[in-house]
Design a binder for this molecule. Structure first.
Ligand SMILES: *Cc1c(COP(=O)(O)O)cnc(C)c1O
Length: 402
């Protein structure tokens, strides 16, 4: 079992939740009070060895951690470098989201909350949250855009089987963006409820809490690389960014190691120069979204523009404040992969390695085409999730000749 320590000062965040020019908590006073309550409980929890021990044993026995760090020989040969895949796809429920959901579920219990609300887009976080609520005996309500409920039926059914109530958000495009609004609005009026957010976004302290629970990914990478390569730092870490939680986890313990190049990959959808992308950093502007200052996809008038990506987990119009800061400071290099590049990378990885990646993770794999790698370079790609949920999209792509 790998022991996790949350006793570090690695995150570049101040007491008000600012990451450089980004972050904060731009919310009404009633909501600020709820956030302060979460913040205090969270700080107490991560300093409590019992809490960390419970988290660790659930990660080990329930989620199946540590996830393997797999040396992908065929991809290594193809790209002329030492390519490793961090197998978050092998987690219980099929993605990294369960790490954070369990951490926050334990926090909700500790705070004496009986009820959890969460938002979901594609349904991956909804399933993770509903799973944790079943495990810990918490009541669960998931807000989901009406459009997403229509197109993500298998995940809706999973959430219902797990005992969660799925509530439709009907505003706007009826997608993830509106589901977050609905969850935040409901939370204000419900003091017994814990808001279990799904990515490193939203008002302080949420981006910090999510990044920290996900930081176990890079804690494991370091230990595993030390065993396998005799050094704990790779040359590159590559991760796709939707809200930025799997990237935060994969980058975390390398943030202060400037020799490790951090590559964040945004979804370019139908193209960076179209209105159909989810590239909040590459094509967006600074703005306030869901209580936080960050990079936001915007239309010509400065209104939030709905994001688009073939991958439902990446089509969020914002990005966590940590990722916005890292990009602005040049600590990360931000690349993009469009729909077709992601589909190609998914098929390539499947045929070469026998691993069907989630469409989100396929965006990170697509970036391998764009790096100039040397034979001794060690590259870790965070394989954030498995592709079962994307089979329909993959089959459609084959039919149209991708
Ligand atoms: C939700 C999701 C993402 C995107 O969210 P982040 O918070 O940016 O990690 C990426 N991969 C998978 C498999 C997901 O389910």
């Amino acid at each position: 079992m790998i022991h996790y320590s949350f006793n570090d000062r690695i995150l570049p965040v101040d007491n008000d939740g600012f990451y450089g020019n980004f972050g904060g908590a731009y919310v009404p006073a009633e909501l600020k009070a709820r956030l302060d309550e979460v913040n205090a409980a969270y700080r107490e929890a991560i300093a409590d060895p019992e809490f960390v021990k419970t988290f660790e044993s659930l990660m080990h026995d329930y989620v199946g951690r540590p996830t393997p760090l797999y040396k992908a020989e065929a991809l290594s040969q193809k790209y002329g470098a030492r390519i490793y895949l961090k197998r978050e796809d092998l987690n219980h429920t099929g993605a990294h989201k369960i790490n954070n959901a369990i951490g926050m579920g334990l926090l909700a219990k500790r705070m004496g909350k009986k009820r959890v609300i969460a938002e979901t887009g594609a349904g991956q976080h909804g399933v993770a949250a509903a799973t944790v609520c079943a495990l810990l005996g918490l009541e669960c309500t998931i807000y989901m855009g009406a459009t997403d409920i229509e197109r993500q039926q298998p995940n809706v059914q999973r959430m219902r089987m797990l005992g969660a109530k799925v509530v439709a958000a009907n505003e706007g495009n009826s997608t993830l963006n509106n589901a977050v609004d609905a969850a935040l609005a409901a939370w204000v009026n419900e003091p017994d409820t814990f808001y279990l957010i799904g990515s490193a976004v939203g008002p302080h302290p949420y981006p910090e809490i999510v990044a920290r629970f996900q930081s176990i990914i890079s804690a494991e990478i370091k230990a595993q690389l030390q065993m396998m390569e005799g050094r704990s730092n790779p040359d590159y870490v590559v991760a796709a960014i939707g809200g930025g939680s799997n990237a935060a986890g994969a980058f975390y313990h390398f943030l202060n190691a400037p020799d490790v190049k951090l590559i964040a990959v945004e979804a370019a959808g139908k193209g960076i120069n179209t209105e159909l992308n989810a590239a909040s950093i590459t094509s967006g502007h600074s703005g306030i979204l869901h209580g936080s200052r960050t990079m936001v996809t915007q239309d010509k008038d400065g209104n939030v523009r709905e994001a688009y990506s073939i991958s439902a987990g990446l089509d969020y119009p914002g990005i966590g404040p940590l990722q916005a800061m890292l990009a602005e400071d040049g600590r990360t290099s931000v690349l993009t992969a469009n729909d077709n590049e992601a589909i190609d990378a998914a098929f390539r990885t499947t045929r070469l390695e026998g691993i069907i990646p989630a469409l989100e993770s396929a965006h990170a794999l697509a970036a391998l085409e764009k790096l100039e790698l040397k034979p001794d370079d060690i590259v870790v790609v965070n394989l954030s999730g498995r592709g079962d949920k994307d089979m329909f999209t993959y089959m459609q792509a084959v039919n149209i000749g991708c």
